[in-house]
Design a protein around this ligand. Sequence first.
Ligand SMILES: *Cc1c(COP(=O)(O)O)cnc(C)c1O
Length: 390
Amino acid sequence: MACSMMDTGRAWREIDLEALSHNARSLRAALSPGCRLMAVVKADAYGHGALPVALRLGREGVDAFAVACPEEGIALRRGGVRGEILVLGCTPPEQAPLLARWALTQAVADGAHGRALSARGVPLAVHLALDTGMHRLGIPAEDRAAIGEMYRLPNLRVTGVFSHLCVSDSLEEAHAAYTKAQLARFARAVAWMDGAGYPPGQTHIQASYGIWNLPPQPWSMARAGIALYGVTSAGEATRNRLDLRPVLSLRARVTSVRTLAPGEGAGYGLAFRAQRETRLAAVSMGYADGLPRCLAGQGGQVLLHGVRCPMAGRVCMDQLLADVTAVPQTAPGDVVTLIGADSGQTIRAEEVARRCGTITNELLSRLGPRLPCVPLPEARYPAKPSVSAL
Ligand SMILES: *Cc1c(COP(=O)(O)O)cnc(C)c1O
């Protein structure tokens, strides 16, 4: 992928694929020997670009991926991604032929889902979801009749069994105990399957926080999403310290600069009011790009020439304003950093998410398709050409 002016003229996501590789290696080192890393690349790899992310991880030897729906899996296959692709969401049985045609493994959400998939008459590889306490999807871990039934259904080939932890991000005692109970329910179910002639195949229960907060587990895979992208969900403390680097930076351009006299207002609702003579820059990114509209009102900042500048007024659909009085050299074409590093200063995704009252998972996965994904370090963004050069 070459970086062109088309990519970095307005607003873009910069993807550090070296950091991604580094994170995959760090995560693997934290797993028990032989435990495979399943890269969770649903929601366009949490806004990082699913295809380039999966292809890069494939080159790192990652051979298992997880997505939310068949369409996401098919896009990876069309792009040349090999290995196992597990669809975590409850795929409508009508889509069974798609799963088969594109060699996607389907999670079985419960007994009824398994029976409905089977009834479609298409041979499918499936992983059984077990409910160990999250109560979202899964066959109740103790429902042995239902588990056994899935093995006897025509067309379904059970190649794995998994569960999901719902409070593993918390180090609170009660939550740690709940996670332990979930792990125990999963272990009992797998042991029973082993003994009852229902080979469990691949086994997995840890997601990112299960890797951060648990000792290595005895299962064959771990599913990592947010940790792979080098950030925590909310800046929480974790039991294990992993060396992870943020993969995504979010950047835009200054498009116009003007001076406001004291007392002048700016933007929709005149929500900004100049207290003193103010240099105001228009920046080419808005809420339609996935940047939360509430950010400006919650102390949101941007980096310009390594200086933190406050957002001014309201975030618009395609633009925002920043008070750049502290950076007098600001000029149209300058690169503005909304997430990431610039000249030694950094705005982390966790900071932006906290200001917006959400987690990085939501913030990043909502970054819009209007923002091209520009890989680093293969490319550095060029300066914006002046209009006369076009
Ligand atoms: C999204 C998801 C993951 C990844 O979770 P992270 O916390 O981002 O690592 C793992 N497993 C399931 C079932 C998921 O839905």
